[in-house]
Write a new protein. Structure first.
Lengths: 147, 374
């Protein structure tokens, strides 16, 4: 039902002749120290109404999943894998499989162990965004976070 | 001596007469009733991308009055922002515009004078609002009914989507008429933002050509940007020659678009990972099966990078027409040549090699083929 409301809102907005190249997803990054040598990296996506990005564990054979790569460094090491809140999941008959995705806003988290107490974390993220009408080019984004 | 004094007196008189119309700037003034705690109003101006940014502010006096004096080398779109409410207007040097409103009025009614274009924009906004109200009502009714039914809104969608689309079409026609009636006014440029740029691409290109040499409008940076954006997409619009390209098919053969001359061919840009593309595939297959024998071909161009995923999708969706790809996503040669910025995208090319239609899907595709291919 949500889907249908979305279709209608897209039809209403249309594509304005004045809109620049569409950028429906904005990323921001933050870090929070949990203890002397542990911290959590927050990777937040703000997603415009009607668009979505796909979960970290989206199975192959469907849409392209969101993925993070953290470059190895002497300043930190990863604790486990990146985590995500519970995505929306629905069966997509076009793929004959479940598709899980996020809307509006999502914060991914990665726990890290701080080894030097300072330095910079360099990483890369890949994601793809679609609405019910179209998909935009998959994007690679580099980011750097001061520890 | 006396003569000279008289002369300078006359000069002073003529200056004061002229100052009634200030050609170096425009003013926007008026009264805001019931401003409550609001102390300041803002003037927003359109930049070269037609985005509105605050360019000036004015205090609201104890009697509710405010005044802006601003100068601009070209006619431009502005908004007066009072708290969360914004009022559209058009101004150019020499204008003395009056705008009065009452912030206690939930309908945000306002009075504007001193600018014919601004009055036109007000009329346009009023008209747009009646349309939006109508469509909101349709959406609300649809939502209420689908809530009652629960799980299966498909049947409802079949009833409400055409209603919605019909309303949108009626509105778009009225917008086009407004533009035609006000061609050389910035009000028409303003109205164009209400149209779907994909569906009305040809109209937009024609409008850009129409206003290109209008000395009043073409100094405005947003208008200039719009004209150059239209110039960029013009070679790929309906009626123009489809650029030829060579590409490899899934089984390693070389395919040229011009090999399809003599028949209609739809160049279909898609990818295995694109949900809306995969949802449209059954429709393309259905139309292909109906119209292929009558002279309709499809040339699939995939934006996949992973050949295995591409092969699986072609098999799963049972696509029988020629499939091609550079395996370079949006950077492929055909994708670059056709300025593909999102998928699915398609171009239908006529037997002479000209673009006959663009980006038509679902029922629209069937309507087009029924009309065009017999």
């Amino acid at each position: 039902m949500k889907k249908i409301v979305l279709i209608i809102s897209i039809a209403l907005i249309g594509t304005s002749a004045f809109s620049q190249i569409e950028k429906p997803v904005k990323w921001s990054f933050a870090i929070k120290r949990e203890s002397k040598d542990e911290a959590v990296v927050f990777l937040k996506a703000d997603i415009q109404n009607s668009w979505h990005i796909y979960s970290l564990d989206q199975k192959d054979g469907g849409p392209i999943k969101t993925a993070f790569t953290f470059l190895p460094s002497s300043a930190y090491s990863l604790i486990g894998k990146a985590t995500q809140p519970k995505p929306y999941t629905k069966f997509e008959s076009a793929f004959n499989m479940n598709v899980s995705y996020f809307e509006n806003a999502v914060v991914f988290q990665q726990k890290i162990k701080l080894k030097l107490g300072k330095g910079t974390l360099h990483g890369k993220l890949e994601y793809m965004t679609c609405n019910n009408q179209k998909c935009l080019p998959p994007e690679d984004l580099d980011f750097a976070i001061n520890l | 001596m006396k003569n000279i004094i008289m002369l300078s007196g006359m000069l002073a008189l003529s200056v004061s007469l002229f100052s009634c119309k200030d050609n170096a700037a425009f003013t926007i003034s008026g009264t805001i009733k019931n401003p409550a705690k609001l102390k300041t109003v803002y003037l927003l101006g359109a930049d070269s991308s037609a985005q509105f940014k605050a360019i000036d502010s004015s205090a609201i006096n104890a009697d509710g009055s405010y005044k802006f004096r601003h100068s601009s080398p070209y006619v431009n779109l502005y908004k007066l922002k009072a708290d969360t409410t914004q009022f559209d207007l058009v101004a150019q040097n020499g204008d003395a515009i009056e705008l009065n409103t009452d912030l206690a009025d939930s309908q945000h009614q306002y009075m504007i004078a001193g600018s014919e274009t601004s009055e036109k924009i007000k009329a346009f906004d009023d008209f747009s609002k009646t349309f939006t109200d109508k469509n909101n009502k349709i959406v609300a009714e649809f939502n209420a009914k689908s809530q009652q039914l629960g799980q299966q809104p498909d049947a409802l969608l079949k009833i409400y989507m055409p209603l919605f689309q019909k309303n949108l079409a009626v509105y778009s026609d009225a917008v086009l008429k407004f533009i035609d009636d006000n061609k050389y006014s910035l009000a028409a440029f303003y109205a164009y933002t209400a149209l779907d740029a994909v569906k009305y691409e040809s109209k937009l290109i024609a409008y850009a050509d129409n206003i290109r040499s209008n000395g009043n409008l073409n100094k405005n940076p947003a208008v200039r940007n719009f004209i150059s954006a239209m110039d960029k997409i013009k070679p790929l619009s309906i009626g123009h020659k489809a650029p030829d390209f060579t590409i490899s098919s899934i089984d390693g053969k070389t395919v040229k678009l011009s090999d399809y001359r003599g028949k209609y061919v739809m160049v279909d840009f898609w990818a295995s990972w694109c949900v809306p593309c995969r949802q449209e595939n059954p429709n393309v297959l259905k139309q292909y099966n109906t119209f292929h024998s009558k002279g309709f071909n499809v040339l699939g161009v995939s934006l996949d990078k992973d050949k295995a995923a591409w092969l699986i999708a072609v098999n799963d969706d049972k696509l029988t027409w020629t499939q091609t790809s550079d395996l370079e996503s949006f950077q492929g040669r055909a994708e670059q040549l056709y300025h593909i910025e999102a998928i699915p995208s398609n171009f239908i090319i006529d037997p002479q090699g000209n673009i006959a239609a663009k980006n038509i899907r679902g029922a629209d595709l069937e309507v087009f083929l029924n009309k065009t291919i017999h």
